[in-house]
Design a protein around this ligand. Structure first.
Ligand SMILES: *[C@@H]1O[C@H](CO)[C@@H](O)[C@H](O)[C@H]1NC(C)=O
Ligand SMILES: *[C@@H]1O[C@H](CO)[C@@H](O)[C@H](O)[C@H]1NC(C)=O
Ligand SMILES: *[C@@H]1O[C@H](CO)[C@@H](O)[C@H](O)[C@H]1NC(C)=O
Ligand SMILES: *[C@@H]1O[C@H](CO)[C@@H](O)[C@H](O)[C@H]1NC(C)=O
Ligand SMILES: *[C@@H]1O[C@H](CO)[C@@H](O)[C@H](O)[C@H]1NC(C)=O
Ligand SMILES: *[C@@H]1O[C@H](CO)[C@@H](O)[C@H](O)[C@H]1NC(C)=O
Ligand SMILES: *[C@@H]1O[C@H](CO)[C@@H](O)[C@H](O)[C@H]1NC(C)=O
Ligand SMILES: *[C@@H]1O[C@H](CO)[C@@H](O)[C@H](O)[C@H]1NC(C)=O
Ligand SMILES: *[C@@H]1O[C@H](CO)[C@@H](O)[C@H](O)[C@H]1NC(C)=O
Ligand SMILES: *[C@@H]1O[C@H](CO)[C@@H](O)[C@H](O)[C@H]1NC(C)=O
Ligand SMILES: *[C@@H]1O[C@H](CO)[C@@H](O)[C@H](O)[C@H]1NC(C)=O
Length: 466
């Protein structure tokens, strides 16, 4: 069945005009899988932070919003080419299988069409243009548009004297696209100039992506720690599927690929039948493994993460301090998950000093959940507001107010500005990006300046797809 379909698909691709796009609607399934999004390692569609303290994100009564900063991830997307290839290699084991499927794979016997049939989709944001189902509510395009409207709903007063302003975006195409969808959805009233900041090493510290331009950054630090997490759950998955389907030879790599398949197919189509192969316990283990991976790669477990994050945190503190002098009250920046996690690590919102360990899952005492911090379309808001003659700062992470643990006695559980500045100084004073990264070897840019010099420099890095 599948093979016949693939032949048809291949034939259609060869003819190639017009582009073949299967539109598969299963209205009954779309929207039914949201409860598993928090377990899919930040690859599934956006969701609000799952733990809320009940604090309204609106400015407290008798206070006035003075400035807002948004530090956001790109939206829902197709997998990267590496992940796409990995998913496809597992798909080939199914498409080469000649018997009919049993158990949770029986959906493959029906008219299943693989979601990665077009390599041009890899790395790209999901959109009206490339969605596999027109009623998919989770495209990155729609998420960003919705985000923009929600942003206006709460913060448009900050733009009352401003119609022309910048939006800053790292130069990966999906990041730029997210920012542009956002900009366009603000409406024609606003004249947004896109400031595209290079992700390469030559920009040094003048960047939205500090760990990408730091040659000393070790992407596999502590791999030996998180790599020790038992992969028994992956063996269980592949073993179960192989047992139900004689001759199918899935291994633990395939089992891991299935989680990515599940997440990215939802982004592309609105739902994914492959998600049904997992038990809830397996999802919990996958999610913990990935939290741990993020913790040691981008979070508090990484020796340089606080330094990477301090580049953007320091700039954020400067913007807060200069709020009265700066005409612009709204600072919007778009980048990648790793840079958001670095930033939150510098701020110290999800760091209680307890290291995540592969030996046992901490459950109630697990403060750091990477995938809850940076799902697709993640958004960290820094609010500055004035109550009486004092100013206060607080964070809203994915729609939920997360007070700074040691500084939350202000209105709305905020931190008084002067105290916040001292708090920030305490957090960052030991960090030195330029020295740690030996930046002067690759760049003469030793400070983040784009928020201050964009009007003269006009940042316009070429977009990259990778
Ligand atoms: C079978 O798998 C190979 C890769 O191992 C792939 O090139 C081929 O297209 C697959 N055949 C079908 C019918 O999917
Ligand atoms: C807009 O300008 C008016 C008049 O100068 C001023 O009172 C108000 O605070 C300004 N709004 C913002 C958000 O800066
Ligand atoms: C839009 O903003 C640009 C600066 O980025 C400015 O040159 C241009 O005049 C503005 N256009 C309008 C209609 O305000
Ligand atoms: C990066 O960390 C790994 C440990 O996971 C270590 O084996 C490797 O040597 C480190 N690389 C560098 C360049 O320090
Ligand atoms: C990984 O597990 C092995 C075997 O239990 C142990 O010897 C080793 O110390 C562990 N490594 C780390 C970094 O925890
Ligand atoms: C599917 O399951 C049935 C019974 O559960 C079994 O007889 C059959 O061999 C299985 N098919 C494959 C391909 O494993
Ligand atoms: C699983 O199989 C694929 C090829 O079919 C192979 O590339 C991969 O290394 C295998 N993984 C493990 C853990 O053996
Ligand atoms: C900053 O650090 C100093 C010295 O450790 C400490 O006394 C002070 O309370 C800290 N301030 C804040 C706001 O965290
Ligand atoms: C951040 O600013 C502090 C001063 O407040 C400075 O000591 C530190 O080096 C800066 N960190 C980075 C990464 O720029
Ligand atoms: C960095 O060097 C380039 C040329 O290599 C030059 O155009 C640029 O102005 C320099 N930037 C600074 C901040 O000195
Ligand atoms: C960016 O702008 C500069 C100066 O306006 C121009 O020389 C350069 O070609 C532009 N780069 C890109 C990638 O458009």
């Amino acid at each position: 069945m599948l093979q016949a379909q693939l032949l048809l698909l291949a034939a259609a691709l060869v003819e190639a005009a017009p582009a073949y796009k299967p539109k598969i609607a299963d209205v009954t399934k779309i929207g039914t899988q949201e409860s598993i999004f928090p377990f899919l390692a930040g690859s599934a569609p956006h969701f609000s932070y799952p733990v809320s303290f009940g604090i309204p994100k609106e400015v407290p009564e008798k206070c006035t919003m003075k400035q807002v900063q948004v530090f956001a991830r790109h939206g829902e997307r197709f997998p990267t080419s590496g992940t796409g290839d990995a998913i496809t290699s597992t798909y080939y084991k199914f498409s080469n299988y000649t018997s009919s499927f049993n158990g949770s794979l029986t959906f493959l016997n029906d008219d299943y069409e693989f979601f990665l049939f077009d390599r041009d989709d890899l790395e790209e944001e999901t959109s009206w243009e490339n969605t596999l189902d027109p009623i998919n509510p989770y495209t990155g395009e729609q998420d960003s548009q919705r985000h923009a409207r929600e942003f206006l709903y709460q913060y448009s007063e900050l733009l009352e004297n401003t119609t022309s302003f910048p939006i800053f975006a790292a130069n990966r195409k999906r990041v730029y696209d997210t920012a542009k969808y956002f900009a366009d959805a603000l409406g024609v009233k606003y004249n947004v100039s896109m400031q595209v900041i290079d992700e390469g090493t030559d920009v040094g510290a003048n960047t939205l992506t500090p760990s990408f331009s730091c040659s000393a950054f070790n992407w596999s630090e502590h791999k030996d720690v998180y790599g020790n997490f038992s992969n028994q759950y992956l063996k269980d998955i592949s073993g179960r599927l192989n047992k139900q389907n004689k001759g199918l030879e899935l291994n633990t790599t395939d089992a891991a690929n299935l989680f990515d398949w599940c997440a990215f197919e939802i982004n592309a189509k609105g739902y994914s039948d492959i998600c049904d192969v997992f038990t809830q316990e397996e999802l919990v283990k996958w999610s913990y493994y990935n939290d741990m991976h993020t913790y040691y790669r981008d979070g508090p477990g990484n020796s340089l993460a606080p330094t990477m994050g301090a580049v953007n945190f320091n700039a954020s503190i400067e913007l807060l301090k200069q709020s009265d002098q700066l005409d612009l009250k709204v600072w919007l920046s778009f980048t990648h998950d790793v840079n958001l996690v670095n930033y939150l690590t510098a701020v110290g919102l999800f760091d209680d000093g307890k290291k995540l360990t592969p030996d046992n899952m901490p459950f109630q005492s697990q403060l750091f959940h990477g995938s809850w911090q940076v799902p697709q379309g993640a958004r960290i808001y820094t609010q500055l507001y004035q109550c009486g003659d004092q100013s206060y700062v607080r964070y809203v992470v994915n729609d939920v107010v997360i007070p700074i643990p040691s500084c939350a006695s202000g209105p709305g559980f905020s931190c008084e500005l002067d105290e916040f500045v001292e708090y920030g100084y305490n957090r960052t004073s030991g960090t030195d990006y330029v020295a740690s990264c030996d930046t002067t070897k690759s760049s003469n840019e030793t400070e983040l300046t784009f928020y201050w010099d964009y009007t003269t420099k006009n940042y316009n890095a070429s977009l990259i797809i990778e």
